[in-house]
Write a protein that binds this ligand. Structure first.
Ligand code: M6R
Length: 606
C-alpha cells in the first residue's frame, strides 16, 4: 500500500524523503514522487517504477528545499505512470495520499463543472483541487483542509503542502495510519514509525478522524469535531532499527533464516523457563471461554487455522477461523463468552480491523497477535500478544507466520492446562517441546541446498499442488500462497483427503505435487495419497521426517527430510522447506522476491 512521508526540516529534504521512502518500500509500490516549495513555487519530481528511477530524476534535476512531502504509490485508480504518481498538485496545493476516496467521481464531476482541469486518473487529485478551491474562496489553509476533509468519503491518510506556507505540512487520518514524529527543531509525519526511524523515535499516532498541522517545533492535532486533541508521544525502540539484508540477497531469505532466533524470542515471552510453565500475558481466563473466533487475512489467517487445530485438540475449546473480509460483512452470530483473536503482522489490515471492531461491538473481549504492536489493531484490542520477530520487510510473510504460530501454540498449551485437559506435568513436557522448536527450525533451514535443487524443477511447472492433513493442511495452503505470491506460478493447497474429490483430475506428469507428511497419526493416509498420485504419473515432492522417509512408498521424485519432532511443533519445523521452495523457485525465475508485482505488504484499504 502507498507510503507517506512529510518533513518540516532544517536539512536538504530530497535525500531525506527518499531515504524514508526506502523504508516504506516493503509495503509494495509501483511509482514514487516528492514535492517541495522552491522559490515560493511548488515543485515535484515523480517517476514510475522503483525508487532508483526517482533518484535518477532527482539527480538529473535536483530539488533544493528543506521541507517537503514524499510518496510511494500502490496503484488503485489509474495505471502506475508518472502522471498518476503522487504528489498531485492543483494551484497552491500538493497532496500525497494512502487509501481510496470513494466519492471521488462525484467530487471530480463537481470540480470539472467549476472549470477545474485534472491531469491524472487518480482519486487523490480531487483532494488537491478541493483544498485549492477553498483557499480561493478565502479560507486559510487549516480551514480549507478541514472543509475538504468534511467532503471526503472513504479511507485516507494525507499529507499536504500549501504554497506560501513554507514551514507547514498538514496531515489527516481516516483509516490508514499516520504517525507524527517529534524531532529537534524539525517535525515529521509518516505512514509508520519505520518511515520516521532515520529522524526520530518519538512518535504519536493520529486516531481516525484526526488532522494535524506540523511546523518546525510543534504538532497541533485536532479530532474529527475540529477540537484540539492530545495523542500520547511514545518512544519507539524499533524506529531506528537498521533494515539491512546483511549477507543475504533478499529480505525474504534473511527473514527465513531469522526464524529460529525470532521464535526463540517469541516463545521466551510466552513461557516461564524457570518453571517450564506457560505464561501467556494479558490475563485471559481460558477456563471461562466458550469459544474463540480468529480473524485474519492471507498468511495471518492461515496461521490462525493452525492455531485452531492445536487449540481444539489440546484444550477442547471450539475455535472458528475466518477470512476477515468475509467475516466482517457476513453478520456472524457471536456471543460475549467468545474471545476474538485478530491475527496481523502489520496490525493495520483494514478487513481484520473491521472484523475486530465487529466482534467488539458484540461485547467480546479481544486479543491481537501482532508484530507491530504500535498499530491500530494494537491500540484497539484488549490484550496484545506480540510476536516479537522484529520488522518484517519481505512482502511474503515468513518469520511473522512462524512467530504467530508459536504464539498460538503457547496459547493452546496454556488453554489446555487452564481447562483441565492436561495436568501440570504434561504442560511442562509440552513447554519443553516448544522450547526445542527454534533448534529444530534451524536444522530444518539447513535443508536449503536440497530444496534449492527441487526448486530448479518446480520452477518449470505451470501449476503446483500442495497436500497435507491435520495441521499440515493449513501449511499446504501457506506453501501454495507463498509460491503464488513470489514466483507467479499457479498453486493450490488442499486437504489431502480431498484429493479424490476433485484435485486428482489435475495430476499429470507436468504437475509437481508437494505432500507435507511428517510421521504422525495422519501419515499412513498421506502415504496412500502419495501412492494415488504416483499411480497417475504425478511428480511427488515429499516433505517428511526421518521416520516418514523410511516408511514412504517408493517412487517419490524427491524426498526432503526435515528433523523429527513432536507433532506440537511440526508446523514450525516444517515451515522452512515450503518457504525456501517458494523462495528458490522465485529466484530461479528471476522474480522480484521482496516486492512481488501487484502486492502490498500492508493492506490498509479493502
Ligand atoms: O499484516 P497482516 O498480517 O494483517 O497481513 C495479512 C496479509 O495481507 C498477509 O499475510 C499477506 O497474505 C502476505 N503477503 C502473505 O505472505
Amino acid at each position: 500500500m502507498c507510503g507517506i512521508i512529510g518533513i518540516v526540516g532544517t536539512k536538504p529534504v530530497a535525500e531525506r524523503l527518499i531515504e524514508s521512502l526506502k523504508r516504506l518500500e516493503y509495503r509494495g509500490y509501483d511509482s514514487a514522487g516528492i514535492a517541495a516549495q522552491v522559490d515560493g513555487k511548488l515543485v515535484r519530481r515523480r517517476a514510475p517504477g522503483k525508487l532508483r528511477e526517482l533518484e535518477a530524476v532527482v539527480a538529473a534535476d535536483p530539488l533544493i528545499a528543506e521541507t517537503g512531502i514524499g510518496h510511494t504509490r500502490w496503484a488503485t485508480h489509474g495505471a502506475p505512470t508518472e502522471r498518476n504518481a503522487h504528489p498531485h498538485i492543483a494551484g497552491r496545493v500538493a497532496v500525497v495520499h494512502n487509501g481510496i476516496i470513494e466519492n471521488f467521481a462525484e467530487l471530480k464531476a463537481e470540480l470539472i463543472a467549476k472549470g477545474r482541469v485534472f491531469s491524472s486518473d487518480t482519486d487523490t487529485e480531487v483532494v488537491a483541487h478541493l483544498i485549492d478551491e477553498a483557499l480561493n474562496d478565502g479560507l486559510d489553509p487549516q480551514a480549507a483542509f478541514k472543509a475538504t476533509l468534511d467532503k471526503l468519503r472513504g479511507a485516507y491518510a494525507l499529507a499536504v503542502l500549501v504554497g506560501g506556507e513554507r514551514e507547514v505540512i498538514m496531515g489527516a487520518r481516516n483509516g490508514p495510519p499516520l504517525a507524527v514524529g517529534y524531532g529537534d527543531g524539525e517535525m515529521f509525519i509518516g505512514s509508520d514509525g519505520l518511515a520516521l526511524g532515520p529522524f526520530t523515535n518519538r512518535v504519536a499516532y493520529l486516531e481516525d478522524g484526526d488532522y494535524v498541522i506540523i511546523d518546525h517545533n510543534s504538532a497541533k492535532i485536532f479530532d474529527e469535531a475540529g477540537l484540539p486533541a492530545e495523542r500520547p508521544i511514545k518512544t519507539l525502540a524499533a524506529a531506528s532499527a537498521v533494515m539491512e539484508k546483511g549477507n543475504y540477497r533478499h529480505f525474504m531469505e534473511k527473514e527465513i533464516h531469522d526464524q529460529p532466533e525470532g521464535c526463540q524470542r517469541t516463545i521466551a515471552a510466552y513461557v516461564d523457563t524457570l518453571s517450564d510453565r506457560t505464561a501467556v500475558p494479558g490475563g485471559i481466563d481460558f477456563a471461562k471461554l466458550e469459544r474463540i473466533q480468529i480473524v485474519g487475512c492471507g498468511t495471518a489467517y492461515i496461521a490462525g487455522l493452525i492455531g485452531k487445530y492445536l487449540i481444539e485438540q489440546l484444550a477442547d475449546l471450539p475455535v472458528d477461523v475466518e477470512i476477515a473480509s468475509e467475516f466482517r460483512y457476513r453478520e456472524p452470530a457471536l456471543n460475549s463468552a467468545t474471545l476474538a483473536i485478530a491475527m496481523s503482522q502489520s496490525g493495520e489490515t483494514a478487513d481484520t480491523l473491521a472484523a475486530l471492531r465487529y466482534c467488539q461491538a458484540k461485547g467480546m473481549r479481544s486479543a491481537g497477535v501482532l508484530n507491530t504492536v504500535e498499530s491500530t489493531i494494537g491500540r484497539e484490542v484488549d490484550v496484545v500478544w506480540p510476536i516479537h520477530c522484529g520488522p518484517e520487510i519481505g512482502v511474503a510473510s515468513t518469520k511473522a507466520f512462524t512467530a504467530q504460530v508459536a504464539v498460538l501454540t503457547a496459547v493452546a498449551v496454556a488453554a489446555a492446562h487452564a481447562r483441565g485437559k492436561i495436568d501440570g506435568d504434561e504442560e511442562k513436557r509440552l513447554v519443553r517441546v516448544l522450547l526445542e522448536a527454534p533448534r529444530l527450525m534451524a536444522e530444518s533451514i539447513k535443508l536449503e541446498e536440497a530444496v534449492k535443487a527441487v526448486a530448479v524443477e518446480v520452477a518449470k511447472a505451470r501449476d503446483v499442488l500442495y497436500l497435507g492433513r491435520g495441521p499440515m493442511y493449513p501449511l499446504a495452503l501457506e506453501g501454495a500462497l507463498k509460491l503464488k505470491e513470489i514466483s507467479y506460478i499457479h498453486a493450490e493447497g488442499y486437504a489431502a483427503g480431498e484429493l479424490k474429490h476433485g484435485p486428482i483430475a489435475l495430476v499429470d506428469e507436468q504437475t509437481p505435487i508437494v505432500i507435507l507428511a511428517p510421521f504422525d497419526s495422519y501419515f499412513e493416509k498421506s502415504a496412500s495419497n502419495m501412492s494415488e498420485v504416483m499411480a497417475r504419473g504425478g511428480q511427488v515432492v515429499f516433505i517428511t521426517d526421518p521416520d516418514g522417509e523410511r516408511h514412504a512408498p517408493a517412487g517419490a521424485r524427491v524426498v526432503v527430510t526435515a528433523p523429527r519432532c513432536d507433532p506440537l511443533i511440526a508446523p514450525l519445523v516444517m515451515s522452512a522447506p515450503i518457504q525456501l521452495l517458494a523462495y528458490y523457485v522465485a529466484v530461479q525465475k528471476g522474480a522480484d522476491v521482496d516486492q512481488p508485482r501487484n502486492l502490498a505488504k500492508s493492506v490498509t484499504v479493502e
